[in-house]
Ligand binder design. Structure first.
Ligand SMILES: [Zn+2]
Length: 453
């Protein structure tokens, strides 16, 4: 089996076989970025919502359209490859363009250094940032009309510019609603875990927490949960930083730390807005935790995220912030920990003849290890020879039932909580990963990389 590492540059060489087509596509983009072929369109584009920072770059279907399309070619190429982010990085001797695809960065090309100023300025103009400001970080959102398989789509990007020692680094994050899978049943929850999760979000009060590192798909899970319970009968308000997608029927509030509009302050004002369901982007301090818990205990369903490694340690984290155990025990109803792993490409998936050694070490029972059928992606054009396409979630769902509640009240450690939860049937992150391996959805490498036994 091919060895795969997290940041494997060996992928780069595979990609190089497609280099001519690719670099033609990108260099034409860079050319138009440089010459500013479509700058008129961008410059004259009206702000779609004057009070927000979202821009509409409108392209009329007239003669200017083709020029604008070429400007959007790099994003189009990135989208075709399923990239979530485009990085343009200046170094001492050249520039580097990388795409993040299914969570992993791939080097795409090295444009010459002389293009640096032109590219940076062009991107800043597109994003309506201050091109004269080169010392401070800047960011904004833009909409670019992009042609994807014959159809013109409005795509949202978040553009961030950061001054590094060799010039400004640009990261464009694609905020494509089409990539947002809002169907809870398709995220990767095991049936029993999904049942518990749905039960918790359908309660009229209490707190549901989703935890995991950055980029583990927490927002997607929460948005899917909101989508599930979003009906005209309930008032849903969210405090987000940043608001990534606009969801119809939900009142979304963008945090503005510089004017004091943070999570805690927003939560307090939400309570005067007759809410049923409140989503707060993240609980990272006592102040936010306190208001969130108060809301959860006074007849509101509160959903939020925390940065912890697994579900049981989320409870300890809240108490470390200064929240009383009895408040945690009574307000929190359910904790989900999650990770994303890459899905084996369905176009080149094939069974592995000889099951590899070490299956028992990673958690399979010996009897199962002898017979298990494993799969891998051979590598094909559709997955750019990586053997993976798309991602699937691993979920650890911990219900706060009477057993767990009692342990929390007695000041039990995260380990004790974890053991009790497993005894009560909790599927751990690793367990969820093993299930995905059995299902042929992902590989051992992916599960071992993202979870611990
Ligand atoms: Zn493939």
């Amino acid at each position: 089996m091919r060895k795969r590492t997290r940041n494997s540059f060996s992928y780069g060489s595979m990609w190089m076989s497609e280099a001519p087509r690719l670099s033609a596509s990108i260099s034409s983009t860079l050319e138009s970025l440089m010459t500013g072929a479509a700058s008129e369109d961008f410059a004259s584009a009206p702000r779609s919502i004057s009070s927000s920072s979202v821009l509409t770059v409108s392209t009329s279907p007239s003669s200017s359209a083709s020029e604008s399309m070429s400007t959007s070619e790099s994003p189009t190429d990135a989208i075709k490859r399923g990239a979530s982010d485009i990085h343009i990085e200046p170094y001492e001797k050249d520039l580097r363009v990388r795409y993040r695809i299914d969570g992993i960065l791939y080097e795409m090309m090295h444009p010459p250094l002389r293009l640096r100023e032109a590219i940076t300025s062009r991107c800043k103009i597109m994003a309506r940032l201050d091109i004269a400001e080169k010392r401070m970080p800047q960011n904004d959102r833009i909409k670019i009309k992009t042609r994807i398989s014959g159809k013109v789509k409005d795509l949202d990007y978040r553009v961030s510019v950061l001054p590094t020692i060799f010039g400004e680094k640009i990261v464009m994050r694609l905020l494509d609603k089409a990539n947002l899978m809002l169907d809870l049943t398709r995220l990767g929850f095991e049936a029993e875990s999904l049942r518990k999760f749905e039960q918790a979000i359908l309660k009229p009060y209490g707190m549901v927490l989703v935890t995991g590192p950055t980029g583990s798909g927490k927002t997607n899970t929460l948005y899917s949960a909101l989508q599930r319970i979003n009906t005209p009968e309930v008032n849903i308000i969210t405090a987000e930083d940043p608001v990534e997608f606009n969801l119809a029927g939900i009142n979304q509030v963008q945090m503005k730390e510089q004017i004091g509009l943070n999570f805690a302050a927003s939560l307090r004002s939400f309570l005067r807005q007759d809410p049923n369901i409140i989503l707060v982007g993240e609980i990272r301090d006592f102040e936010t935790a306190e208001v969130a818990i108060k809301a959860a205990m006074t007849g509101h369903l509160v959903m939020s995220t925390l940065h912890t490694n697994d579900a049981p340690s989320t409870i300890s984290r809240l108490m470390n912030m200064g929240v009383e155990p009895f408040l945690v025990a009574t307000s929190v109803h359910l904790v989900v920990a999650q990770r994303l792993v890459r899905r084996i490409c369905s176009y080149c998936k094939e069974p592995i003849e000889q099951p590899p050694a070490g299956l028992v070490e990673i958690g399979f029972k010996e009897s199962e290890a002898r017979h298990i059928r494993l799969f891998r992606g051979r590598g094909c054009e559709r997955c750019s020879n990586t053997g993976y396409k798309g991602r699937v979630g691993l979920y650890e769902v911990m219900e706060i039932n009477d057993d767990i509640r009692e342990l929390i009240l007695s000041g039990a450690s995260a380990v004790e909580l974890r053991n009790k939860a497993i005894e009560n049937g909790m599927i751990t992150l690793r367990g969820s990963g093993l299930q995905k391996i059995r299902d042929g959805a992902t590989s051992i490498e992916e599960v071992v990389r993202e979870t611990v036994k």
